[in-house]
Design a protein around this ligand. Structure first.
Ligand code: ADP
Ligand code: MG
Length: 268
């Protein structure tokens, strides 16, 4: 991807900065305080995601990745700071974001096509438009022939394809994913990674992808936000200068994995 610029320190500026169509995570903090001793899950987390960019957030278990994901999605309030999508503060869930969770969250009583079309029910598109959109999305993730199947008959990888198709159906600006391939086997995972990159390339969506798997992040991302724990914070932002399509055997790939692992391992 050409034209992806880092602009350190610009997250609090308005105007024609990175806020215009991307995501700004601006000095976000989160303290869980529900009796017992308070947990500082996130502290002063700031970074930008440029429009069309693929950014991964990586860090050890407990460093606040899911908390950050939920705050960006508008599902949890931040204690400090704010999230902006296309320059506008996020105050709750919005169809401008397609959200994919680790668990598939499919409706078991709906077919694959009905699951994909679920978010379109409330849109002002005509029925014919909605149907066309569902078929497009099924085609995009290669599930056309399973359109009338129910989730229980699908493999984990297929279920997650349905979840991705559903999240893209409403044509969101941002695809936000939390360890979406965590529950599938290694081979399926690599296939889903390739498919997601194809979807990203063909739709031009902005993607923010949370994972604890360093190799996955190096496979996918333009940039990697490496987090540290206690309190959850940004340790470093790493540019992934490895040409696409990326091969795990490429020395540059290995160097990036080693670098990110070192950053994570070196943390107190
Ligand atoms: P990750 O996704 O990186 O594993 P989480 O965001 O799930 O991290 O958790 C970050 C920290 O916040 C952990 O210490 C976790 O125990 C704590 N935490 C997460 N959710 C809650 C909650 N609802 N109430 C209290 N503490 C929480
Ligand atoms: Mg998590």
């Amino acid at each position: 991807m050409a034209g992806v610029n880092r602009s350190p320190g610009s997250e609090s500026e308005s105007g024609d900065g990175p806020d215009d169509a991307g995501v700004a995570v601006d000095r976000v903090g989160k303290t869980y305080d529900d009796g017992g001793s308070p947990v500082r899950a996130l502290d002063d987390v700031s970074f930008d995601v440029e429009p069309g960019e693929f950014v991964c957030v990586v860090g050890p278990s407990g460093c606040g990745k899911t908390t950050l994901f939920r705050i960006i999605a508008g599902l949890t309030d931040a204690t400090d700071g704010e999230i902006r999508l296309a320059g506008a503060p996020v105050t709750g869930p919005t169809t401008d974001m397609g959200v994919v969770f680790q668990e598939y969250h499919l409706f078991p009583w709906l077919t694959v096509a009905e699951n994909v079309g679920f978010g379109l029910e409330r849109s002002d598109r005509s029925e014919a438009e909605r149907e066309r959109r569902v078929e497009e999305m099924l085609d995009l993730v290669g599930l056309t022939e399973f359109r009338d199947s129910y989730p229980k008959s699908l493999s984990g990888g297929m279920k997650q394809r349905v979840a991705i198709a559903r999240s893209l159906a409403v044509d969101p600006e941002l695809l936000l994913m939390d360890e979406p391939f965590g529950a599938v086997d290694a081979q399926t995972r690599e296939m889903l990674q390739r498919e997601l990159l194809d979807v990203w390339a063909s739709t031009g969506k902005t993607v923010l992808f949370v994972t604890h798997d360093v190799a996955e992040a190096v496979t996918l991302a333009d940039r990697i936000v490496v987090m540290a724990a206690d309190p959850g914070r940004v340790a470093e932002i790493v540019d992934v200068d490895v040409s696409r399509p990326r091969e795990r055997g490429d020395p540059a790939f290995g160097e990036h994995v080693a670098r990110v692992r070192e950053l994570i391992g070196a943390m107190p």
